[in-house]
Design a protein around this ligand. Structure first.
Ligand code: ZN
Length: 183
């Protein structure tokens, strides 16, 4: 077990009691806020970070919270590498194990098909015009690679849905336009 550095001071006397694995980093606090639809409350918490995972326990005291977290940790260990992941409504690669309840990110994110194949919204058009990026040559020199990708996608969608370029710039090749759908 590795204790997070900010606890290694004299005024924080709490030390974990459970047998956490060697590579598990832990931290805790006696006044974590929890926001829920049924009302917010303050609780002691204990958090553990086994490799690739996050576990949080709560309770009246840090000690209770550690026990709560440790029960989840043992349940997770019992699954070993045989978690039964269920994606549920997560699109970001996240899933819960249906056996131990642990959350993880075992999957690649899902990109809904055709999410690029739609006309620009008003604010997307606005983004292009605000940045004066209707003409490709201008943004290539000026923006970061991520912004270039974003604006290239916006421009391709703009062409795909029938924008006529008044400055006489050629339409992008059909092949390039087809790539828009692949994000
Ligand atoms: Zn599991």
């Amino acid at each position: 077990m590795k204790i997070a550095g900010h606890h290694l001071v004299e005024r924080d006397p709490y030390r974990p009691r459970c047998e956490w694995g060697e590579d598990v980093t832990v931290q805790w606090g006696d006044c974590g806020s929890v926001f829920s639809p049924h009302g917010s409350y303050v609780t002691a918490f204990f958090e553990a970070f086994p490799k690739g995972f996050f576990i949080r326990g709560e309770g009246k005291t840090v000690s209770d919270a550690e026990l709560d977290a440790f029960i989840k940790y043992e349940r997770m260990l019992a699954c070993g590498n045989n978690h039964q992941w269920r994606r549920g409504s997560y699109l970001n690669g996240g899933a819960h194990c249906r056996v131990c309840g642990q959350f993880g990110t075992p999957f690649k994110p899902i990109n809904p098909l055709g999410h690029m194949l739609k006309p620009l919204t008003w604010w997307e058009k606005r983004a292009l015009s605000d940045h004066d990026l209707w003409v490709e040559k201008r943004f290539i020199q000026r923006e970061t690679p991520d912004e270039q990708k974003l604006f290239r996608q916006l421009r391709l969608r703009l062409f795909l849905f029938g924008w006529v370029n008044k400055e006489g710039e050629p339409q992008p090749a059909a092949k390039e336009a087809a790539l828009v759908g692949k994000g």
